[in-house]
Design a protein around this ligand. Structure first.
Ligand SMILES: C[S@@+](CC[C@H](N)C(=O)[O-])C[C@H]1O[C@@H](n2cnc3c(N)ncnc32)[C@H](O)[C@@H]1O
Length: 212
């Protein structure tokens, strides 16, 4: 595993969320019933051709890996990041030489500035404590015109109702509506590419605008 970072040394880390996902790691894939066609359709809105470094933010056990292998250029690198080490352990079983695992926090991305072509946050954004810091980190990590996408297989209302019904560490974790997310991305100097928030799909993407 490359660049394994000791996340426990970060005092600001959201320990309860990390511990929650660590506990779910071994059985995570059993809980996923993904509609391949729908997910491929959403991911295909991004411009993979020519992208050399793609980041899977909050990769979990690597649910996205088969899709990214299919869509990305054969020589593209995939950086898969998660702060739950048990998720990374599971993801390692599904990784190949193109996939580099990073056990780290979204609030402190361990990559060089302007080094990533596409960042995908699949089913992770509601759990990110400080969304402004995360967006700033993503903006800095992206190269000029690099793309960022937040993707879910349900709408913000459906997901927020579900999280509100829970009585655990992720209870109340919220996904901003696409309209709110669009404003947040604009505030962080992303040019909006797509935004959609329907009962069964959520997709907000933006391109890094460069401030001169
Ligand atoms: C709902 S799971 C989604 C996992 C995967 N993307 C999928 O769709 O199967 C959210 C993931 O985000 C990770 N995560 C949440 N907050 C994070 C943070 N601040 N830094 C890194 N990973 C985080 C969790 O550990 C968990 O694996």
């Amino acid at each position: 595993m490359e660049n394994k970072i000791n996340v426990s040394s970060n005092p600001e880390i959201d320990r309860s969320t990390r511990s929650y996902f660590n506990d779910l790691a071994a059985d995570w894939e059993k809980k996923q019933a993904i509609d391949d066609k729908k997910l491929l359709g959403l991911l295909s809105r991004l411009h993979f051709s020519g992208a050399k470094r793609i980041m899977d933010l909050g990769c979990g056990t690597g649910v996205l890996f088969p899709y990214l292998r299919r869509l990305a250029d054969p020589n593209a690198q995939i950086l898969a990041l998660d702060f739950a080490e048990h998720m990374i352990f599971e993801a390692d079983k599904r990784a190949n030489s193109r996939i580099h695992l990073l056990c780290s926090d979204i609030h402190h991305l361990p990559v060089q500035k302007k080094s990533i072509d596409i960042i995908i946050a699949f089913q992770v954004f509601p759990h990110v404590k400080n969304k402004d810091i995360a967006l700033l980190q993503c903006w800095e990590a992206l190269r000029e015109n690099g793309e960022f996408a937040i993707i879910h297989l349900q709408g913000s209302q459906q997901l927020n109702t579900f999280h509100a019904s829970l009585n655990d560490a992720v209870a109340g974790h919220e996904l901003p509506s696409a309209a709110e997310m669009k404003e947040m991305l604009q505030k962080h100097n992303f040019e909006i590419m797509h935004w959609m928030d329907e009962p069964e799909e959520y997709f907000v993407s933006g391109k890094k605008k460069v401030i001169r």
